[in-house]
Design a protein. Structure first.
Length: 355
């Protein structure tokens, strides 16, 4: 049985991450074709579960290895001729590298050391970039003006940003909006709702794990693609949750996205926090607006029920108002008075005709 090494676990995790990316792509491609498309929040949870399973399964497999069931040594030959067929000494493994017509042979240990140096250099570069984003975000928060403070929540306004964003630190939840956005109260309200939804979904906490995953597997294209899918699904899920809330007009929300996206063109997006406009603002924003409009077209099926309920409530209110206006000794409704009374009289006439 081959020995399970950290390198084997790492390579196995890379393969499983490729499979997880393929699974997420398949689900996102099939969902619009279904009669009832899969909710974006469910797609987001599936993507997170697939990435987590790709990381944990190799670790569980290495910790539950069954090498102890096999004998540590085995006697192959017991005859005296065993000395005649003695195995040769260990051969040093070499790796052959070719560049066009020229080729070179290097010891496998040297190749492993070079690969380790390249991996560490790439990891340090990605982590340094993330540290720079975190430092810039902290500087913006420290220089911003506090609009509202309640327990661990801080709503800030800053002149250094053009896109609202949410950021989490242990014990603190921040929502920062551009100062120019304060001139449009409706857009401020929608932007704050969107950013608070990121906090509710734990996106501002999971972003740290996403960036560590991308740093550890920076050379794997599937990991970058999977991280981008997570970002997109987070934005779609927030739009879905905010768009279904009472008092939020789809047209106003789409207009808010467009106005914020227009102001966000010259600004570079940091990777350490969640924002109202995600990466790939052009194509992604178009798809987000289309998803909002499609969802708003499916909502009117429940409107007739709401209107009937309101009409019935208005009729009951008319009856109560008639009771209040009646004299104290005659506070009773005639069978045909009021909207409900007229309905009861009509039902009685229909029943008499049937009889």
């Amino acid at each position: 049985m081959a020995e399970i090494t950290p390198l084997n676990v790492y390579l196995c995790a890379n393969v499983l991450l490729v499979l997880a990316a393929a699974l997420v792509e398949s689900v996102r491609a099939v969902s619009p074709l279904l009669r009832q498309p899969m909710a974006y929040r469910h797609q987001l949870r599936l993507c997170q579960a697939a990435a987590l399973a790709a990381l944990l399964l190799p670790l569980l497999g290495s910790s539950s290895g069954r090498s102890g069931l096999l004998p540590s040594t085995a006697q192959v030959w017991s005859a005296p001729s065993a000395s005649e067929g003695a195995l040769p000494g260990p051969v040093q493994q070499r790796s052959h590298v070719s560049f066009g017509s020229s080729s070179a042979s290097l010891p496998f240990d040297v190749v492993s050391q070079l690969a380790g140096v390249v991996f560490v250099a790439g990891l340090v570069w990605v982590l340094a970039r993330l540290a720079g984003d975190a430092w810039a975000t902290m500087r913006i928060i420290s220089e911003a003006q506090t609009i509202r403070r309640q327990r661990s929540v801080r709503i800030l306004a800053s002149e250094q940003v053009s896109v609202p964003f949410s950021f989490w630190l242990p014990g603190r939840c921040y929502v920062t909006v551009p100062s120019s956005l304060l001139l449009r109260p409706e857009d401020v309200r929608l932007a704050i709702r969107h950013e608070f939804q990121h906090h509710r979904q734990q996106d501002t906490k999971l972003v740290y794990l996403q960036q560590l995953l991308k740093a550890a597997f920076f050379w794997n294209p599937a990991v970058h693609w999977l991280e981008r899918q997570l970002r997109e699904l987070q934005e779609f899920s927030c739009d879905e949750a905010v768009g279904h809330r009472r008092g939020v007009a789809t047209r106003s929300y789409c207009q808010c996205l467009l106005s914020v996206a227009a102001a966000a063109l010259p600004q570079r997006r940091a990777q350490i926090h969640a924002g109202l406009i995600g990466s790939g603002a052009g194509k992604l924003l178009k798809r987000r607006i289309e998803a909002l409009l499609d969802a708003s077209e499916r909502v009117p099926s429940a409107v007739p029920r709401v209107r009937c309920w309101r009409r019935r409530a208005d009729a009951d209110g008319d009856d109560r108002a008639q009771l209040r206006r009646a004299p104290p000794g005659s506070r009773s409704l005639a069978p045909g008075s009021g909207e409900n009374g007229r309905r009861r009289a009509a039902r009685q006439r229909v029943s008499h005709r049937r009889e």
